[in-house]
Design a protein around this ligand. Structure first.
Ligand code: NAD
Ligand code: 89Y
Length: 344
């Protein structure tokens, strides 16, 4: 017969966790059996919305009480390390939202804790699971442009992200650790690991504390160069949020992922334009549907990894490479020089 359903618990019933709950509901292999939020009003409202009656304000109590296969941590970064270490102590597999933690020291300790406890640990780094990004990866792997030698991953927007996520306006750091982290991960996913980074940052919006513009130059293994740029200070007539644009030049052709999810590939056989739009899932809403579908895709991948006992693509260990790029970018911008990752 079918394997028993995986028993998960969600910690952090906030803005983004709604998408995670909808994604789980679409996976017949998974049941979210308990919820945790330290805010009782959010916990109650969320529990009603998704019909989950086992509710806890304290994650420690939840882990001591419930029999779980995994926890899905959807809190903001200051709580991530303690929650990951708690789940590891209980021998429960772990998904944790990005950014993995406030510091590289925390991130390394979390990966170590999961490895010491022999529990699977995945960072919810979902942008590489977006249908258009997967289409770009597929085109490269199929050899449609030959070996890449240059790339650009770009996200420039004027969308008001502060309305739904007010904490983004008040942190000392903003766009690289919140959004650029995804762009850096996409650059790694498409072009390979990076060895060094050079970054420049700006704050344009006077109403926020951290940087809202970043321009980064990456040196990848094998001599590939990329530019990763992001901005939330770039309002435009046709707001592209939350589309990531990609340009890759290869030895036998080029590809461009542009507006409205149009992928243009120019190779030996001429130019082909493909529509690589993400599907609009029943619970999704524009313009977020691209991100929302990637939540479902990464969750499906998690179920496969957990069932097989294999390391997920965006494991904690893998994500240390992306997170090191984030930390190195801030250091580079602060010092005005290139930072090699092996010096962190
Ligand atoms: P939020 O503030 O709306 O929700 C966080 C919730 O966690 C709150 O309800 C808070 O009470 C609860 N919480 C915090 N610490 C807790 C603890 N120790 N125990 C129990 N509950 C606790 O935040 P959000 O906007 O939903 O963001 C959450 C995370 O999701 C962030 O790390 C953010 O970067 C990430 N995020 C990811 C994506 C993506 O595409 N991957 C998109 C948006 C946000
Ligand atoms: O928090 C961010 C993310 O991960 O995707 C978009 C976002 O919600 C705002 O930048």
């Amino acid at each position: 017969g079918a394997a028993p359903r995986l028993r998960g618990a969600l910690i952090g019933c906030g803005f983004f966790a709604v998408n995670q709950m909808h994604g789980w509901a679409d996976l017949p292999d998974v049941e979210i059996v308990a919820l945790c939020d330290r805010d009782p009003a959010r916990l109650a409202q969320f529990g009603e919305q998704f019909g989950v009656t086992a509710r806890y304000q304290d994650a420690e109590r939840m882990l001591a009480t419930e029999r779980l296969d995994f926890v899905d941590i959807a809190t903001t970064p200051p709580s991530h390390r303690a929650l990951v270490e708690l789940a590891a102590r209980h021998g429960v597999a772990i998904i944790c939202q990005k950014p993995i933690a406030p510091t590289l020291e925390d991130a390394r300790a979390m990966v170590q804790a999961a490895e010491d406890a022999s529990v699977l640990f995945m960072v919810h780094e979902n942008f590489r699971w977006q249908t258009p990004i997967l289409a770009v990866k597929q085109a490269i792997q199929a050899g449609r442009i030959g070996t890449p030698f240059w790339g650009r991953v770009s996200f420039r927007s004027g969308y008001d992200v502060y309305a739904a996520q007010p904490y983004l306006a008040t942190g000392a750091r903003f766009i690289i650790e919140d959004l650029g982290i995804h762009s850096l991960d996409v650059a790694r996913f498409l072009l390979g690991d990076a060895l060094a980074i050079t970054a420049r940052t700006r704050r344009v919006n006077p109403a926020i504390t951290g940087e809202d513009v970043a321009t980064m130059l990456l040196d990848h293994v094998g001599g590939v160069t990329s530019v990763v740029d992001c901005s939330y200070a770039t309002p435009q007539e046709h707001e592209p949020f939350p589309e990531t644009f990609v340009e890759i030049d290869g030895e036998n052709g080029i590809l461009r992922l542009g507006r409205d999810y149009r992928l243009t590939i120019s190779g030996r056989d001429g130019t082909v334009i493909e529509d690589v739009s993400p599907p609009l899932l029943p619970w999704a809403s524009r313009p977020w549907h691209n991100i929302q579908e990637s939540v479902f895709n990464i969750q499906r991948h998690w179920v496969e990894a957990l069932r097989a006992g294999g390391e997920p693509d965006t494991s904690g260990r893998d994500n240390l490479q992306t997170f090191a790029l984030v930390q190195a970018a801030y250091l580079s911008a602060e010092r005005g020089r290139t930072v090699r990752l092996d010096t962190l």
